[in-house]
Design a protein around this ligand. Sequence first.
Ligand code: AMP
Ligand code: MG
Length: 403
Amino acid sequence: MRSVDEHLADVLSVVKPLHPLEVGLLDAHGCILAEDVVAAAPLPGFDNSSMDGYAVRTADLAQVPTVLPVVGDVAAGPASPLRVQPGLCVRIMTGAVMPIGADAVVPVEWTDGGIAQVRIDRRPDVGAYVRRTGEEVTAGEVVLKTGSHLGSAQIGLAAAVGRARLFVRPRPRVVVVSTGSELVEAGTPLQPGQLPDSNSLALTTACIEAGAIAYRVGIIPDDGRKLLDALEDQLVRADLLVTSGGVSVGAYDVVKEVLSRLGTVGFHKVAMQPGMPQGFGTIGPDSTPVFALPGNPVSALVSFETFVRPALRRMLGADQIARPMLSAETSVDLQSPAGKRSYLRVWLEVRDGKYVVAPVSGPGSHLVVGMARANALALVPEAVEQIPAGSAVQVMLLERRGQ
Ligand code: AMP
Ligand code: MG
């Protein structure tokens, strides 16, 4: 039996960040930047107004209220810059180029809004409501550093400094296969002994949530030849393979049989509950990593969280490969088998300013309802068999959107 930490260390010694690739901005979203992005030009690129109002010479507003003739109109967009002579002003819109000679903008709210002439009630400071060239970013400045996560704001910034493409670590392409002669496509009427293949759906979407591109191959029966053929077919498009089922010691556990003969794949008992039988190694000409996860649906997902997700985050080039963890108080006694790390499905909430958890199901690795209701996993260490109510437990936060 090996520990969770030993198995994870084995996985992370094999899995490396993917080689950078240049992609368009929309494809870069969610990826990790693999270059420093330098602004080729200053930001703002030209002096412009931050308000709708009037571009003025502040020297003309020694006394207010005062009335100035309006000699032109300037909107956002390309135009040769206007000039404002002393004693005159120009109506200006947000984002429009500042006229030559003007040194401030009077917001329309400080005026009567006139078109041929305008009454100005307040005097702005020099430079008021003008965004100066290079005020935010100077040409040559690094605006995004290597290793940055590219969310929507970072993608917008890259576009704002004139980039259409970026070097990023690409999203890993994951092929998900489920094995078991008892499995049928979800939605198919069931014969006795059959059940819907839920793992390939759960694992494919879990890969997507982790930032990967996932291809769901679906069901392969417990037949060594068919499994081998499928894996060989899929290797060309996979940076990583994930199988579920067939890794225990049963007579028809063909994944273990077939994969242990290929590449460097090893099968281990890992001291965790759920998820004890685990296969991992590399296969094929490119030494593609492969995870052979246990078939019980909760075991498959907990194994994904524990080993596959960190591997995918590593391939993406992320610094933070682990889920966020926090310490919470358990509201009931928690039990765990000796010598194993337990991953209990819990609901985490804030009560009286404290994080509190309670289990949402029993420990069984087939209890899919509990897994779907949980928003966190409580981790009970190997050496601990009981955590009494009111004590602290470490909790891994799961992804729950819209809550
Ligand atoms: P195995 O690891 O193949 O021995 O499977 C363990 C248990 O998980 C059995 O009850 C299987 O029927 C079930 N199982 C295996 N694969 C899947 C799957 N893809 N979807 C749902 N249940 C599965
Ligand atoms: Mg099976």
